[in-house]
Design a protein around this ligand. Structure first.
Ligand code: FES
Length: 137
């Protein structure tokens, strides 16, 4: 989970947990670049219309990717342990239940029961040394 949970709305900061905003884009602090580089993946939870959504951010080949932590096959979380999303090769995202494999670059399932489906990408931005998840309200 995120160590800091600060929501921003147009310059105002609100504590996470109750996201009752009408502005289009919400920015949620996820982690620092240093934390992501050290861990490789970071899990976060965002609240969208009072519904918790698990997300994760990956650092791979000098790029950053963010997805909703939800397998398109059954809807469960992908990881079997905290912050463990990569397959044994470290080249793909793997679902812990039935082993579906997803490309890191676009979330497309290339093997498994949800072949051809994709993980849901999450927009993000990097400001200074911090990563923020962006989503519409
Ligand atoms: S739940 Fe992910 S492959 Fe079946």
């Amino acid at each position: 989970m995120c160590e800091k949970s600060i929501l921003e709305q147009g310059g105002n900061c609100l504590l996470s947990g109750s996201l009752l905003m009408s502005k289009k884009v919400v920015r949620l602090y996820a982690c620092s670049l240093n934390d992501l580089h050290a861990a490789g993946t970071v899990e976060c939870e965002i609240m969208v219309q009072n519904e918790a959504r698990q997300c994760f951010i990956l650092h791979y080949n000098d790029s950053i990717y963010a997805y909703v932590n939800r397998c398109p096959h059954t809807g469960i979380n992908l990881n079997w342990q905290p912050n463990q999303f990569f397959d044994i090769t470290g080249q793909l995202i793997q679902c812990s239940l039935h082993g579906a494999l997803f490309r890191i670059e676009d979330g497309l399932c290339i093997r498994g029961p949800c072949l051809g489906d994709s993980l849901q990408a999450v927009n993000f931005e990097v400001r200074d040394n911090d990563i923020y998840l962006l989503y519409d309200q």
